[in-house]
Design a binder for this molecule. Sequence first.
Ligand SMILES: [Zn+2]
Length: 374
Amino acid sequence: MGEHTCRACRGQDGQLVLDLGEQPACDYFPGSDDPGPDPVYPLQMWLCAACGLAQLVADPTVPEEPRGAEPAALTAQAADAVARAAAAGVLTPGARVAEFGSPHGGSWLGQLLQRGLAPVAPDARADVVLDCFGLMHAADQAAALAERAARLAPGGTLLLQYHALDTIVSHGQWNALRHGHYAYYSTTALTAMLAAVGLSPRRAWDFELYGGTVLLAAARDGDTDALTADDSVPALLARDAAAGVRDPDTLGGLQRDTTAKAQGLRDWLVAERATGRTVLGYGAASRAVALLRWAGVDQTMISAVADASPAKRGLRMPGTDIGVESPDLLAAHPGASVVLFVPDLLPEVRAAYPGVEAAGGRWVDAEALTPSRS
Ligand SMILES: [Zn+2]
């Protein structure tokens, strides 16, 4: 590959650790009458040897992703995180708050105002500077973090929430890699990034969201009025070290996971098609896009994908010829096998569409299929 300059420390020493090939923007669903081909861009993760930040290499201009309905899990976690940060004394009534938003929604502002915090004017300093999954959307990580740090009033706390890299690595979550998501933080890398703007992490809280999400509280170096440190950050740094978040070979395991998942899906589809059974998909999720492309799945293997969102009907899975239809599709094909692209929804869809199994069909987790041995 050509030279890549780290989005955080500007170093050029690093390694490509995951390469998903040419992929369409996973949030851009074209109309099913749009014959394509959809524009594709290289989708690659690079690990900086200097600061340890795992990051997206290419920087294509991708269409703004739509704000969908906020998942219940995100809302529940926000309430939990707010309660835990408040218990630590970070969110005191009367404190001024500045929130940097994420295109995915998940704002905490409503909850914080209810607790008596007050929003500040744009560019004004705040006692609490909050960023939930927002920072990763900045192509220039150094500039974006500096912008957040500059908003911090003396004694204030910067709260950063992120899907933890050690989770991505240990759970094989290769499909976390997406266009528009420029950074994949370990607490280790974020600590180095914070040091560059004169901040250091003081406390951290762990959540189950996405398999492992961290809320990190940082304050200005030497600020004795700010939140005091406890042993939660050293514990996360130790967990990072154990997971090997700075080791290119460890991160390279994501590439093997990718290949295995795609081969597993493809092998299963080929075998299923050989039985003559209809195969449908469920869940026109952006996370399915890279998997379908990498596995080379087309309409001959999965006839169509059902999705409950009316907004996605009449569209097509990006980078494939597979159309998205309403869940009526399931009833129209009794006895079909249904590949579920959002595994968390399994209990919900089994209950919502009992006809699938009643007619002899079955639900199959797209991410749990393993390659057949020949
Ligand atoms: Zn770096």
